[in-house]
Design a binder for this molecule. Structure first.
Ligand code: WTA
Length: 678
């Protein structure tokens, strides 16, 4: 290997854990929960199975892979190793077939696959749709043919920018059906973000909605796509925009536009699932990294699907014919929606619930209203949402019968023990186990998580590695850290759900994930997968994630690259230089603080602050809007010219979001002081 380990800013020596938490909650007996049988029912079973899964990868995954329906059996299980392993070579299958068609063939066509609830609540209650496997088969087939008619051929990346309607899942599955990788863009992203992603993926077709409901308002999705295409001008690769009518808001209709309903009616319902090679790309999903440009994470058909479905089954104890109703509150625009609304749930033949809108529309009890109405059994959400629920008050969940719930999950960021306890007591009635699932867009599925019937839960800990995952906390030279010592979170062996690349940028893929730690500390040795998180393992072997160690911050459980926000800021005429850091935030977990130096002729003040906030929202999306904007004479730098981010973090954390000053601040004085200290 030619690449050398690169020094990075956050050294593991600096990782200190402040969290001391020793409450333990053993798993309940499945009978006490009224939940059928646990798939993994004891720690002894977990330990034995985990050992086998990492020591005999071929044996373990070869057996688990039989749960999928193959069109052609694979010749080998794992070939090669990091950074580019190949799984199930020689095999052929189709992801849509495994989510939909196989269940129709097996006689379950009339069972419900997707339960959907719209946001608006009329006199007769909210709009509810139940989509069966048979209907899903027909819809994905028609849409598959409609896309082919628009010129889609196997391998073309199709962009999807829609609200949370069943048609979003249908669009994803239809792409999979005809062998076109999809690139779903979260509906909260701006036109600029759409343009960047569509261009990077050279997408000829964009599927969108006229609008989407969010907190009683219509998000103008189609208009955002129109603007993105206009921004790209002559360089736009887009040939067709297929638009599903949801809100019936006014939209412009141009030459590229095609109507979903008309296209579906004109298309035949006969569209066999395309046989796909195991390693063929299933989708591409853009996520933030430590540069200004988001990267397209590539996932493949067999390994990803198998891993998502297997972890989904075990983490949530999914089982058909048990009256389970599973609900994940994420949006399909994020990896959580890909893996644990669609690809990891449908193959388990348990209905997956999709909700269109906001948790506080029309009131703060909306989620609990949904849980009660649909008798939800497994509920999966983010710590940031839980903190918002806590703030809104106990009366909201208390108004509802939540006794259907059996298993609760969290994802996206470390959960603070106070929020964990609230979730357990108020939502779980002190009876439901909580699975704190640690994973990433890149890992495809859960890599560290409790299993509800086996693992002791520790509030704030994601506990134990999933099957097949050889996770460890190590120092930069690859040696494992002692118990309770912070280090780098790594995975030492390939697992089927791992990313296979960064779209169009192999070097970035290797530099980002496989160039920090090597087995035995030798650059010529096997690289480990580095996750970009700091972690520690306690004396019982449980993992505690301590947060990102790169220039990525976690805002409301969503990844945001500080460089991305910085490049958006410097794109504004008023800004010469910008530095963005994370700052503790009561609800979001981490908020965004931006320090900017202004071009001459621009005046620091509240007006400009608002303008800059709006500008960032416009460039990236509302989730990236800084919570604090602070103007500085100059940014504090070390003698070698590096921005002193740690100093800025301290400054930002010492300030209430609303009381930050509008005047110019001279941080260089502080910086000079700090330099003399160090
Ligand atoms: C963080 C979301 C602590 C972590 C599935 C990771 C977590 C990043 C947890 C990935 C958890 C996710 N405990 N931290 N249970 N889950 N993270 O790609 O920093 O949007 O690297 O995937 O979220 O975010 P991503």
């Amino acid at each position: 290997m030619t690449h050398k380990p690169q020094p990075t800013s956050g050294s593991q020596d600096g990782i200190e854990s402040a969290l001391h938490e020793d409450r333990v909650f053993p798993p309940p007996a499945s009978a006490d929960l009224g939940l059928g049988k646990w798939h993994v029912g004891s720690m002894a079973e977990y330990e034995a199975e985990h050992r086998r899964s990492v020591e005999d990868q071929d044996g373990y995954w070869g057996e688990i892979a039989k749960r999928l329906r193959w069109m052609k059996p694979f010749d080998s299980v794992l070939s090669g190793g990091f950074p580019e392993p190949r799984w199930f070579e020689g095999g052929q299958l189709n992801a849509c077939d495994n989510c939909v068609d196989r269940f129709v063939d097996e006689g379950h066509g009339d069972e419900v696959a997707i339960i959907w609830e719209g946001e608006p609540v009329g006199d007769g209650g909210p709009e509810i749709r139940r989509v069966t496997y048979k209907e899903l088969q027909e819809q994905t087939a028609r849409l598959g043919n409609a896309l082919k008619k628009l010129g889609a051929t196997k391998g073309d990346v199709i962009t999807i920018y829609m609200g949370m309607v069943p048609e979003l899942a249908i669009a994803m599955l239809a792409c999979a059906r005809i062998g076109c990788p999809h690139s779903v863009i979260f509906g909260g992203f701006s036109s600029q973000a759409i343009a960047d992603r569509v261009q990077d993926a050279s997408s000829k077709i964009v599927i969108t909605c006229d609008g989407g409901w969010r907190r009683g308002k219509v998000v103008p999705l189609k208009e955002n796509v129109d603007n993105a295409i206009e921004m790209m001008g002559d360089t736009s690769p887009v040939e067709h925009v297929l638009c599903f009518g949801r809100c019936h808001n006014k939209i412009a209709w141009g030459e590229l536009d095609r109507c979903w309903n008309e296209a579906m009616e004109a298309a035949s319902a006969d569209c066999p699932c395309e046989p796909m090679g195991s390693e063929d790309m299933l989708f591409l999903l853009y996520t933030s990294g430590s540069t200004g440009k988001p990267k397209g994470i590539v996932h493949t058909t067999a390994g990803y699907l198998l891993y998502a479905a297997h972890t989904g089954r075990l983490t949530f104890n999914l089982e058909p014919d048990q009256n389970q109703v599973y609900w994940c509150t994420a949006d399909c625009g994020w990896i959580t929606g890909h893996s644990y609304i669609v690809y990891g749930i449908l193959p388990n033949r348990v209905p997956t619930l999709m909700y269109e809108g906001a948790p506080n529309a029309p009131a703060e009890d909306r989620f609990w209203d949904i849980v009660e109405r649909h008798k939800v059994t497994q509920f999966y959400t983010a710590p940031t949402a839980i903190r918002a629920f806590m703030k809104w008050g106990d009366e909201h969940p208390k108004k509802h019968d939540l006794s259907s719930l059996k298993i609760l999950g969290t994802v996206g960021e470390p959960i603070n023990p106070a929020a964990w306890m609230w979730y357990r007591e108020l939502i779980g009635g002190n009876r439901c186990p909580i699975v704190d699932t640690y994973w990433q867009t890149e890992t495809g599925g859960h890599v560290i998580t409790p299993l509800p019937g086996a693992t002791d839960q520790h509030p704030g800990s994601c506990t134990r590695p999933a099957f097949g995952v050889d996770a460890a906390v190590v120092q930069r030279d690859g040696t494992e850290c002692e118990a309770d010592k912070g280090g780098l979170m790594v995975i030492r062996k390939p697992w089927p759900g791992m990313l296979r690349g960064v779209f169009g940028d192999r070097q970035r893929f290797i530099d980002t994930y496989f160039s920090t730690v090597y087995e035995g500390g030798d650059v010529d040795g096997t690289p480990y997968y580095t996750a970009g998180d700091g972690a520690r393992r306690d004396t019982h072997g449980n993992f505690w994630i301590m947060g990102r160690i790169d220039d990525v911050i976690n805002v409301s459980g969503h990844r945001m690259g500080t460089m991305e926000v910085e490049s958006a800021l410097v794109a504004h005429d008023a800004v010469v230089e910008a530095a963005v850091v994370g700052v503790p935030h009561e609800i979001k977990g981490t908020g965004i603080a931006a320090f900017v130096t202004l071009a001459s002729g621009f005046e620091a003040g509240d007006d400009l602050k608002k303008q800059l906030g709006a500008h960032v929202a416009d460039q990236i999306g509302a989730i990236a809007r800084p919570d604090q904007v602070r103007f500085a004479e100059a940014l504090p730098k070390t003698r070698s010219g590096k921005i002193m981010r740690r100093l800025l973090r301290d400054i930002a954390a010492g300030v209430e979001g609303t009381q930050d000053t509008s005047t110019l601040e001279d941080f260089n004085v502080l910086a000079k002081l700090r330099e003399t200290e160090e």
